[in-house]
Design a protein around this ligand. Structure first.
Ligand SMILES: Nc1nc2c(c(=O)[nH]1)N[C@H]1C(S)=C(S)[C@@H](COP(=O)(O)OP(=O)(O)OC[C@H]3O[C@@H](n4cnc5c(=O)[nH]c(N)nc54)[C@H](O)[C@@H]3O)O[C@H]1N2
Ligand SMILES: Nc1nc2c(c(=O)[nH]1)N[C@H]1C(S)=C(S)[C@@H](COP(=O)(O)OP(=O)(O)OC[C@H]3O[C@@H](n4cnc5c(=O)[nH]c(N)nc54)[C@H](O)[C@@H]3O)O[C@H]1N2
Ligand code: SF4
Ligand SMILES: [Mo]
Length: 728
């Protein structure tokens, strides 16, 4: 269905995909296959640049299988078109009946870090006030939860980058742990030009990724540890900073607490022991510690940063690993200083805002805790409900998924912005849990693998068809603007939630104008950690440079926003950063005779996440047509695998099949499989659903796997959509 042109011929907006949120201008055009052209726009983060995903983003506006009508599963198990009234009446009736019979907790909600702030806020409010269920969580649990938990614990506030990205430009050293920025946010690489020229870029990755290759110039370092040993590596580096007298004693005394305990806990991480665990030579450890220290302010350097990505965070010790990264940065005196710092590189388009406004099981808007009585009273006041009626904390995503369809677990699930069948760990188990539900409702604009399993599919708007705000990886609140009206039959999620709330008999108002929802969100966030109360769509339209916290100021003056956090104080009540002792345990899985190789998962440039969107863009499919397994020539020789041969991967969870790509970018003890595809090559049919005890983050990055050559036809797996439908 062709989009119909709205009044505007152009819209200054931002890319629909990742947290870099590259600025782009969309133009409605009669030419070209999509009716929309896109150009990069000048902005401090992307400086006019975009990656291939951004350049091809309009394609999905006319995806041939775009959802334009609600679908309802009929008596024969087939999804058939329905009117909105039929579909919403069915959903409301079944939710009401389930809750009447089994209580509020029989309905659960799963949100996404791709939703605008307005939609994420409305979804959390809907769960707490209309459904009154504690069971809401979201895919940010798979993404930012370890970094968020560690930053809250050590620094008292979680804002991915507590400084503008462009600050990296002046640094003398950057330690980048488990991030493949060159493929996951290509335009951000320009901010590393200075540090690369200075020979100060250190990339920690078991693979020689495109980002690790950036260290080749000018004396940078690629550190290639055994997968899952980053915590030991960081403890070893912190030990060296103390042992070699590199720490910033004055800063530690003024701005931190807990040094004595941490000093004691680091005593066992001698360089030789660290080398034994991580495989990183003592000389390299020393080189990295001294390179970072030399760039640190205490030694008169240009500035240093420690940055983490999913490679170190998606681990059962992810929170502790990030804690150790923060500790290293604190020992060197980096956070809270202009030109130095610690940061986590947020992933999803609104991964930052998505974790601030109430989709998380324990959270209310403004990054407030749902267990805090004052926070409950404030937010209940904005919503016009009794604080006592708000549910308490639910459970993190993986536990929520495990409970679905069990005797006393939720019997209905509403999914908004996640393709769980491809992206959740141990995906076959997730499929079984979803199949055990009485009711699965999926809101999407495309028939994702998860949507195809649903009882009801509700077609919603996508980025160029809606107004809203996103909060980028820097904590900058930016405007998403509408270019086109959605195709006939498609509704906005705000509209869907408002309609359902009314059908469920709720008297709580659910506005559908995004600017009005934002104003309410701003009031709900007032006084919270992520305070947006000084912001509005109108102000953001005039000032694209506003970072939270940006509180309303009593005398009516405009707060300028906060590009850099922690300059005067950290987020804890005493204003100090907390040094927290942690120790290395290693991954939940271990190598053994029937699983002798490490399996590492991650991303490729051309695809986004579960691939629900990018597998529908022909240019991206041409660039990267399907899954593959990177395998080192030594391992390939040992196992008799040639380049292009099909290999079978077997873990405690299941089997996967994909062609081998024989390459020395991986370690001989490790294979790499991207996670963007469903079917036989789906990485998450292999991954473990063990989680970090603090954050609930699953261990996506590392598990033990058996690798063999496979000469027979590849069995078609149950994650194929056709079989999925039969399974229900
Ligand atoms: N092209 C593309 N870009 C994206 C996305 C996408 O799907 N595709 N998604 C967006 C989102 S939501 C996110 S969260 C970000 C993720 O961005 P990144 O964190 O950069 O992405 P990943 O590829 O998941 O992981 C990064 C690296 O971690 C390494 N790694 C694996 N195991 C270990 C380990 O044990 N230790 C260390 N040190 N490294 C390890 C992998 O080899 C990989 O190169 O990307 C965002 N941008
Ligand atoms: N093995 C392995 N697994 C991983 C990872 C890994 O590194 N390795 N990374 C994890 C990470 S970091 C992440 S973030 C997750 C992401 O994985 P998912 O949660 O599956 O995220 P997406 O693929 O972005 O799915 C988003 C879905 O929502 C739809 N959508 C987009 N915008 C909207 C909207 O505004 N409203 C609605 N209703 N729908 C929308 C899209 O069409 C798509 O179907 O995957 C995780 N899974
Ligand atoms: S880097 Fe991220 S935001 Fe920028 S164009 Fe690519 S996907 Fe879009
Ligand atoms: Mo992510």
């Amino acid at each position: 269905m062709p989009p119909t042109a709205a009044s505007a011929r152009t819209a200054d907006t931002h890319c629909p995909y990742c947290a870099l949120q590259c600025a782009q201008t969309l133009t409605a055009s009669e030419e070209g296959p999509t009716g929309v052209t896109v150009t990069g726009r000048q902005f401090p983060t992307n400086r006019g640049g975009m990656c291939q995903k951004g350049w091809t983003s309009p394609t999905l506006l006319r995806a041939p299988d775009r959802l334009t009508t609600p679908l309802v599963r009929d008596a024969h198990g087939t999804l058939v078109p329905a009117t909105w009234d039929e579909a919403l009446a069915l959903v409301a009736d079944r939710l009401a009946a389930l809750q009447a019979a089994h209580g509020a907790g029989s309905v659960a909600v799963f949100g996404g870090g791709g939703l605008t702030n307005e939609k994420a806020y409305a979804l959390g409010k809907f769960a707490r006030t209309v459904l009154r269920t504690p069971f809401i969580d979201y895919n940010g649990r798979f993404c930012m939860s370890s970094a968020a938990a560690a930053a809250n614990r050590s620094l008292g506030v979680d804002r991915g980058l507590p400084f503008p990205l462009a600050d990296l430009g002046g640094a003398g050293a950057v330690l980048l742990l488990g991030s493949n920025l060159a493929e996951t946010m290509p335009p951000a690489v320009q901010h590393l030009a200075g540090v690369r020229a200075a020979g100060g870029l250190v990339v920690v990755d078991p693979r020689r990724s495109a980002t690790a290759d950036l260290t080749h110039e000018g004396g940078g370092v690629h550190v290639q540890p055994v997968p899952g040993t980053d915590l030991a590596l960081l403890l070893g580096l912190a030990h060296l900073v103390l042992a070699d007298g590199l720490a910033d004693a004055d800063y530690l005394a003024r701005r931190t607490s807990g040094l004595d305990d941490v000093r004691r806990s680091l005593a066992s991480w001698w360089p030789e022991r660290t080398e034994q665990v991580t495989g990183v030579p003592v000389a390299t450890l020393r080189q990295v510690a001294h390179l970072l220290a030399a760039a640190s302010p205490v030694h008169g350097g240009a500035g240093a940063y420690v940055l983490t990505g999913r490679g170190v965070e998606q681990s059962t010790q992810g929170t502790d690993t990030v804690t150790a990264a923060i500790t290293l940065s604190l020992l060197l005196g980096l956070p809270g200083r202009v030109g130095s710092g610690y940061g986590a590189i947020t992933g999803q388009g609104n991964g930052q805002g998505g974790r601030e406004h109430g989709q998380k099981s324990d959270q209310l808007p403004g990054y407030r805790s749902i267990e805090d009585e004052a926070a409950r009273a404030h937010v209940a006041g904005v919503w016009g409900v009794d604080p006592a009626s708000l549910p308490r904390s639910g459970v993190p995503a993986v536990e929520l998924l495990h409970r679905l369809g069990t005797a006393d677990g939720p019997r209905a699930l509403l999914v908004h912005g996640s393709n769980l069948l491809v992206s959740a760990p141990d995906a076959d188990r997730v499929r079984d849990r979803l199949a055990a539900l009485d009711l699965l409702v999926v809101c999407d604009f495309l028939p994702s693998e998860t949507a195809l399993l649903a009882d009801v599919v509700l077609p919603v708007t996508q980025w160029a068809e809606e107004e809203g705000t996103m909060t980028s990886l820097e904590g900058r609140v930016i405007r998403r603007r509408r270019l086109l009206a959605p195709p006939p039959g498609v509704r906005s999620e705000l509209d869907v939630l408002a309609d359902l709330a009314a059908r469920l008999g709720s008297s709580v108002p659910f506005p559908t104008d995004p600017a009005v929802v934002f104003d309410e969100l701003a009031r709900a966030s007032a006084g919270g950690r992520a305070d947006y109360s000084g912001l509005s769509h109108a102000r953001l339209d005039a000032e694209p440079d506003l970072f939270w916290p940006c509180p309303a100021v009593p005398d009516g003056a405009a707060h300028p926003g906060t590009p850099r956090l922690f300059l005067d104080r950290f987020g804890h009540p005493d204003g100090l950063a907390q040094l927290v002792p942690v120790d290395h345990r290693g991954p939940s899985d271990d190598l053994r005779p029937d699983a002798p190789v490490w399996l590492v998962t991650g991303r490729v440039l051309a695809h986004y996440q579960s691939g629900a969107q990018t597998r529908r863009v022909p240019d991206l499919v041409r660039t990267s047509p399907g899954p593959y397994v990177e395998i080192h020539p030594l391992l390939a020789d040992l196992l008799g695998v040639g380049d292009g041969d099909t290999v079978r991967l077997t873990t405690g969870r299941g089997q996967g099949f994909a062609p081998a790509r024989v390459t020395d970018v991986v370690r001989p003890d490790t294979v790499f499989l991207p996670f963007h595809w469903a079917g036989p090559g789906s990485a998450n049919r292999l991954t473990t659903d063990a989680t970090d005890p603090v954050s609930g983050m699953p261990e996506f990055k590392v598990c033990a796997v058996d690798v063999t050559r496979w000469d027979r036809p590849v069995p078609v797996g149950p994650a194929e959509a056709g079989e999925l439908l039969e399974a229900r």
